[in-house]
Design a protein around this ligand. Structure first.
Ligand code: NAG
Ligand code: NAG
Ligand code: NAG
Ligand code: NAG
Ligand code: NAG
Ligand code: NAG
Ligand code: NAG
Ligand code: NAG
Ligand code: NAG
Ligand code: NAG
Ligand code: NAG
Length: 825
């Protein structure tokens, strides 16, 4: 059986590679098994097409007689309070859409006929608002950067009887001052009130789940309570990858006995971040499987199982509040002989009124050996009799009163030698005071600002200021003036959607607040970035001795053509707590306007300056303090998003994220395909990072890291690649040199390819795509790494040139995993 599946998967891998499609198309045997298993046990959710069986009979019997429980509309007609994003003039410009003059970036569902009175069926109108303008839906199976949209829901109750079908590059946004309610009718059909990746007639999702990028849902309430409890209904179906978010959303499900509803359903993908989500009722508050994810501030009450973990490699939960359930978090899927959940971290969370907090299948001899790795830190339990339940009973008791779990875990640990297998209490990481909320033990967090209380007049539109955003006009000076003027006035710079070509650095002064409309692009182009030996910033946040604050959200920074000297973001600001970036992404190549697409940079082309496109994605320099990054993806494109076949490309960039400052939060960040390293922390202090995810370049070893077109630079403390441990010397996922107080809550460092061949990362294969991937060097102190997973690297951790952990000793569901690694703590 098992071998059969493996062969089948291998065939898929081969096919994908021969077809030359995106490398991410390959299927990973364990993932396929896990998802198939979820599909089998949860078939009602996959095929859900409305009430069937008993639920349908019940509906038929009551039609016209009584009201379905909760159908009674509890939503009064509401006025729509002001919200700047709705009120501001809408002049986003999509220069590469088929009809830029008429293409609407911002669309209100009411302009497409939605009524929002809780009586009329608004399904068709909402779906028209999404699809209008030649956009890319799941049936097209295409990604696209040319047709962005914000689909706006004014306050109201929108009745729907089938799914809202999400499209590529789409943000579904309500009014934060009065979030619209999307209410399902009792006879609703479809997999999710929002279906983020609709299954097509061939039984496959529209988009490959690991390629679902650039989309949001925020400020909305989803109400499933009219759907009979016995129908397997889903709130949001959200297979998702990087640069996606759900924020400030409520999902309401029936609380009746026997509920079969699930609030959030993710069966696969490579995410991602979700925050500020509140779910009530249901069988599963959330039912989740993905390679890796960060979920922050999730509240679930009155669900039977709070979170059902279908599968994962790693998952970081921070700020869970789960109450009144049976099991708060089940990670036992697959059972002890074939666990499907690789690793889970839960921190800063409160569980109340649930008989069991975590249900696990892990034992000292469960399989795969380190699957079910678990770390709990700073957990408050109120009336939770069993904190952790294993297959043989309670492994960590709770109580009927209040209990605090300071730190507890299971899996393999290295301190820094190992592995030792452990299950039990841990010494908690020492949290630097600068990273926690004053007077509390919780780490500081800050959700993406939405400026909901400010009027539209506080915003300075850069298109109104005269910038064109057409991908060719030089918009540098107009944008620079708007930034200076806005900071002086205390305003907010609004980047209407556009492709803003600039030819010199944009300086962002202290006091700036900058927000984009559906990920507009700042595109660096020209000679100032042409020297591979002279790094030059594209966007510079603070300079010299600048101090103050900057908030920046929802923008993409890219480059055009050969720009090997470009440092896309340079952050120098000595900031107060609260400064940062939310959903600011670098995207280097792979999109229309970049001149770094399939036609310029096919994988068959030899290395040349034409496709050398960034010196570094982001540099947090030594003057920077208090930098908060949330949901930022620094991506050297491995494929062309605007090529219908998503053909692979080879784009060469030097470095990913270099941190030299102190007091840094990195929540849900990912850095991919840079030629020297993805993350480097050099002489940095007080870093909190989780989940961090990386991939090394697919073109390795042609060239390998020693032959990268980017010469190493001692001034920037580039790693010394002459000291690689034996094997393939390739780009690093992370290097920490002279670090003090580095706390990593979840890491996934992946190397899938050698010479575009995945054999080296096959499960239980050689894991030898490269020799080392994570280095710790110099005078590094107080380093904690929880749930470190690697793929394709022979060694998991190399300390001062010596391997201290090998992947073959730590085999998990697909990656290798160490539950807890510490160094000089
Ligand atoms: C949903 O409602 C619309 C408008 O009333 C109707 O035309 C359509 O058939 C309904 N669809 C389903 C699946 O019930
Ligand atoms: C579906 O439910 C709505 C109200 O919830 C009702 O108006 C409509 O007639 C129903 N449609 C069918 C086909 O039963
Ligand atoms: C995700 O799961 C679906 C359902 O099993 C499957 O069709 C698809 O191939 C999976 N995709 C990935 C990338 O694993
Ligand atoms: C969590 O989310 C809720 C709902 O959006 C919000 O009111 C609350 O302030 C958030 N808490 C934190 C710590 O972000
Ligand atoms: C949990 O249940 C208790 C007892 O029934 C109730 O008082 C409390 O309000 C419930 N909590 C939530 C968040 O629903
Ligand atoms: C734990 O999970 C297993 C497998 O899903 C299930 O059979 C068992 O009942 C669960 N235990 C509890 C206490 O929820
Ligand atoms: C738990 O039970 C399984 C078999 O049911 C056994 O293999 C295992 O050793 C037991 N004990 C522990 C501590 O895991
Ligand atoms: C090395 O970095 C310094 C500081 O950013 C820069 O001035 C110099 O040009 C860089 N040299 C090379 C070879 O990249
Ligand atoms: C994708 O790029 C290839 C190579 O340039 C080209 O032949 C093909 O037509 C493109 N596909 C589409 C659908 O644009
Ligand atoms: C991939 O690498 C393996 C191991 O080196 C080799 O056996 C196989 O032929 C390679 N596959 C391709 C398509 O080159
Ligand atoms: C790290 O610290 C050591 C000892 O203090 C010093 O020799 C070395 O130059 C430092 N390395 C870097 C990259 O700053």
């Amino acid at each position: 059986m098992r071998m059969g599946k493996m062969h089948f998967s291998t065939a898929i891998i081969t096919f994908a590679i021969l077809a030359g499609a995106t490398a991410r198309l390959f299927e990973i045997p364990e993932v396929v098994e896990a998802v198939e298993s979820a599909r089998h046990t949860l078939s009602a959710y996959f095929s859900y097409d409305g009430p069937t069986g008993a639920a349908a009979a019940f509906l038929a019997s009551v039609t016209g007689k009584i009201k379905i429980p909760n159908l009674d509309l509890t939503y009064q007609a509401v006025s729509d309070p002001p919200y700047w994003l709705a009120d501001i003039s809408h002049q986003g410009y999509a220069p590469y859409s088929a009809n830029p003059a008429t293409y609407k970036v911002f669309r209100s569902v009411k302009d497409y006929g939605a009524i929002g009175d809780g009586v009329a069926d608004d399904t068709a109108a909402i779906n028209r608002a999404i699809s209008d303008g030649g956009r890319f839906g799941p049936a097209s199976r295409q990604s696209s950067t040319t047709t962005p949209a914000i689909v706006y829901f004014p306050a109201g109750t929108y009745l729907i009887n089938s799914s809202i079908i999400d499209y590529y590059y789409t943000q579904l946004i309500g009014n934060p001052n009065s979030p619209a309610v999307i209410k399902a009718t009792s006879n609703f059909t479809g997999l999710g009130l929002v279906d983020g990746d609709q299954y097509q007639n061939d039984g496959q999702q529209g988009w490959i789940s690991t390629n679902v990028f650039y989309r949001q849902i925020r400020n909305l309430v989803f109400d499933l309570t009219a759907i009979p409890p016995s129908s397997a209904a889903t709130g949001i179906h959200w297979p998702s990858a990087q640069a996606t978010s759900i924020q400030n959303v409520v999902i309401r499900m029936t609380q009746d006995t026997g509920s079969q509803h699930q609030g959030l359903f993710i069966e696969n993908g490579s995410g991602g971040l979700i925050s500020d989500l509140t779910i009530t009722g249901g069988l599963y508050g959330a039912n989740l499987g993905n390679q890796q994810y960060t979920i922050r501030n999730l509240t679930i009450s009155n669900a039977i199982t709070g979170i059902s973990q279908i599968w994962d490699w790693g998952w970081t939960y921070q700020g869970l509040t789960i109450s009144n359930c049976t099991t708060a978090l089940s990670i036992s899927n697959g059972g002890s002989n074939a666990q499907l959940v690789g690793s889970v971290i839960v921190i800063d969370s409160t569980i109340s009124g649930c008989p069991v907090f975590v249900n696990t299948s892990w034992t000292t001899n469960s399989l795969p050996p380190v699957a079910g790795s678990l770390v709990l830190e700073n957990i408050q339990l109120n009336n939770v009799p069993v904190a952790v339940q294993g297959p043989n009973g309670t492994v960590l008791a709770g109580s009927s009163g209040s209990t605090t779990v300071a730190a507890w875990g299971q899996g393999h640990q290295y301190n820094p030698s190992g592995p030792t297998t452990f299950q039990g209490p841990l010494t908690a990481a020492q949290r630097p005071s600068g990273l926690v909320v004053g007077g509390s033990s919780r780490y500081y967090t800050k959700s993406k600002p939405q400026y909901e209380s400010l009027p539209a007049t506080s915003f300075i539109s850069i298109r109104r200021a005269g910038a064109k955003g057409d991908g060719s006009t030089d918009d540098t000076s107009i944008i620079q003036s708007a930034l200076i003027q806005s900071a002086a006035l205390g305003g907010i710079v609004f980047f209407d959607f556009g492709i803003y070509r600039i030819t010199d650095t944009l300086y962002v002064p202290p006091g700036s607040r900058v927000v984009g409309e559906s990920y507009p692009v700042i595109l660096a182009s020209g000679n100032l970035w042409s020297d591979i030996q002279k790094p030059y910033p594209v966007v510079q946040v603070g300079r010299g001795a600048d101090a103050g604050t900057v908030e920046w959200s929802d923008i993409v920074i890219g480059t055009q053509g050969s720009t090997p000297g470009a440092v896309l973001i340079e952050w120098n600001l000595a900031a107060s707590v609260g400064a940062g970036m939310w959903e600011v992404h670098t995207r280097i190549g792979g999109f229309t306007g970049s001149n770094l697409q399939v036609s310029q940079c096919p994988i068959s082309a030899p290395v040349s300056s034409t496709c050398e496109a960034a010196y570094m994605s982001m540099h947090i320099t030594r003057t920077a303090t208090n930098v908060y990054l949330e949901n930022c993806w620094f991506w050297t494109a491995d494929h062309d998003l605007d090529n219908a076949s998503n053909l692979q490309i080879s784009i060469y960039t030097g470095r990913g994220l270099l941190v030299e400052g102190n007091n840094i939060w990195l929540y849900g960040t990912a850095v991919e395909h840079h030629s020297l390293y993805q993350y480097q922390f050099a002489n940095a202090q007080n870093i909190l990072a989780g989940f961090v995810q990386t991939e090394t370049p697919y073109y390795q070893p042609n060239p390998d890291v020693k032959h990268s077109p980017y010469p190493t630079n001692a001034t920037l403390n580039d790693p010394d690649y002459s000291s690689c441990v034996s094997g393939n010397c390739d780009a690093l996922a992370m290097r920490i040199v002279n670090g003090t107080n580095t706390l990593i809550y979840g890491a996934g460092f992946y190397s899938f390819f050698n010479n575009y061949n995945v054999t080296c990362s096959n499960y239980k294969g050689p894991e030898n795509c490269q020799s080392d991937i994570f280095r710790i060097e110099g005078n590094t102190n107080r380093l904690w790494v929880y749930a470190l997973s690697t793929v394709g690297s022979e060694n998991m951790v190399v300390v001062n040139g010596n391997s201290v952990a090998r992947s073959s000793d730590n085999i998990n569901v697909f990656p290798a995993t160490i539950a807890r690694f510490t160094y000089n703590v």
